[in-house]
Ligand binder design. Structure first.
Ligand code: FAD
Length: 466
């Protein structure tokens, strides 16, 4: 009824999960107020800090998120780390419902000797570096070697390979940070191997990203035809995306340089391409090998594997044989990982998720989750959208049937704001962000880039007079 207090909902994290959850609740409940809290001063999570700079079209979702943030019943509070500046318990006191959408801020580790040698980086850190994530801005990856090895066969691995091998002229027009562009300009890397434990039928990347890599100007694909024998048959009844992806790999493996039927011109230039990349299958990294002085990486020893079972559930089992591959740069791209936020929130350490059903956190009424922290760090933005709508639906249902008691009003940011003030924490509003945004766009303009990201949070805060 109109006299009932407005439900106040709090969302933690401003990535796709946070924004899609907020959007769905606001759209389907015309009284709800949704406040989004974000750790960084700037919004949008991995859309800003994960999605590759040369994929600007993927970032168009930012337009929809911006519309949501500008709604009167929505507020954005950046520069607030939940769990440190304000606790989940304090948020639950102030809001009728709290949705945790804080993503996956850590990475899985290989867990092998030599992993900490200089020249070994996690994909997460490397991606954060070229995308201007504040915590990775000083990574300074050493690109003075000719061969890089990426562990992993997913889209993030392909993103990294593409960034390492792309002509500078292509990257220069993107929102890649100035500092990483300068480092890539001096890069000696001309060969990139992508290594996976399993076979071609188990790769996790998708066809669009593979095709982009195959067509990358100045870089030649090197695939071993022997890796693909018999696969034509094996994929006869496979789902269509898997089938097409495998067919593209087979076609590329069998093609001799210069033999391409389409894009003859491109093929001709690729035959003499100064750079190359390839996929290596059924190899499981055992040890990162050090240089003689013990300080840097000089290669990786890998166990050869055979597959037990088939399809997605195939398991890689070491055959006993090993192989060493020389490289001066190792990037491990074997997945992101969520961390527990607060001892009061249940967390399944093994699966790296908050245990939930349809986004309702197990055993904690009024607490919800969405996105990567709900289902694990896989899936594209659309997957995250659907999953967030599902969580939002749970919140709406619980509001409707009275599981969430809205008879008593909650203060929302009124209460949280005082807590933050008492702790000397200054939130960044959405219009503050729009000032930072405008400054970035202006800085990029001179260089012909869509934006030049500000990578220092202090500088962001200064810009808005904090
Ligand atoms: P995130 O996007 O990580 O958002 C979580 C947010 O929570 C972050 O802003 C974070 O700062 C904030 N946060 C964390 N901790 C706290 C805290 N304690 N308090 C407050 N806030 C906090 N998908 C595509 O569709 N196309 C692509 O091209 C694509 N490229 C990708 C490239 C990379 C390298 C990666 C890693 C992913 C890519 N994805 C892509 C997948 C897509 O980014 C994810 O599906 C999506 O971002 C997950 O959304 P999320 O909101 O759960 O997490």
């Amino acid at each position: 009824s109109s006299s009932a207090p407005a439900p106040r909902v709090c969302v933690v994290g401003s990535g796709p999960a946070g924004f899609y959850t907020a959007q769905h609740i606001l759209k389907h409940h015309n009284g709800a107020q949704v406040d989004i809290y974000e750790k960084l001063p700037v919004p949008f999570g991995l859309v800003r800090f994960g999605v590759a700079p040369d994929h600007p079209e993927v970032k168009n979702v930012i337009n929809a998120f911006t519309q949501t943030a500008r709604l009167e019943r929505c507020a954005y509070y950046g520069n607030i780390t939940v769990g440190r500046d304000v606790t989940v318990a304090e948020l639950r006191q102030a809001y009728h419902a709290v949705v945790l959408s804080y993503g996956a801020e850590d990475n899985r580790v290989l867990g092998i000797p030599g992993e900490n040698l200089s020249g070994v980086y996690s994909a997460r850190a490397f991606v954060g570096w070229y995308n201007g994530l504040p915590e990775n801005r000083d990574l300074k990856p050493d690109l003075s070697c000719e061969t890089a090895l990426i562990v992993g066969h997913g889209n993030v691995a392909l993103d990294i390979a593409r960034i390492l091998l792309s002509p500078l002229s292509l990257l220069r027009k993107t929102d890649i940070t100035d500092c990483s562009l300068a480092a890539l300009a001096c890069s000696k890397v001309k060969r990139v191997w992508l290594v996976g434990r399993r076979g071609p039928l188990q790769v996790a990347f998708t066809i669009k990203e593979l095709r982009e890599m195959i067509n990358l100007p100045g870089a030649r694909p090197v695939l071993n035809p022997a890796d693909f024998t018999g696969l034509e048959n094996a994929i006869k009844d496979a789902p269509r995306p898997r089938k097409r992806l495998t067919e593209l790999m087979i076609k590329t493996a069998l093609e001799k340089p210069g033999e391409k039927t389409v894009e003859v011109q491109a093929a001709a230039t690729q035959a003499v391409a100064p750079r190359e990349w390839g996929l290596k299958f059924q190899r499981s990294p055992q040890e990162v090998l050090p240089t003689a002085d013990g300080r840097r990486v000089r290669g990786v020893r890998m166990a050869l594997t055979h597959l037990e079972g088939s399809g997605d559930s195939a398991k890689a089992v070491p055959t006993g044989d090993v192989e060493e591959l020389e490289c001066g740069l190792v990037l491990s791209s074997i997945g992101y990982r969520s961390l527990p936020l607060d001892p009061s929130v249940p967390f399944n350490t093994q699966r790296g998720i908050i245990p939930n059903s349809s986004g309702r956190v197990e055993g904690v009424p009024g607490l919800y989750c969405s996105g990567w922290v709900k289902r694990g760090p896989t899936g594209v933005i659309i997957t995250t959208m659907n999953d967030s709508f599902d969580t939002a639906q749970s919140v709406l249902e619980d509001l409707q049937v009275g599981v969430l008691d809205v008879s008593a009003s909650r203060e929302g940011f009124g209460a949280v704001g005082s807590i933050l003030r008492s702790r000397g924490v200054h939130p960044v509003s959405f219009s503050d962000w729009e000032k930072i945004d405008a400054a970035e766009v202006a800085r990029g303009k001179a260089a012909g880039k869509p934006r030049e990201k500000i990578v220092d949070p202090q500088e962001m805060l200064q810009l808005i007079g904090h």
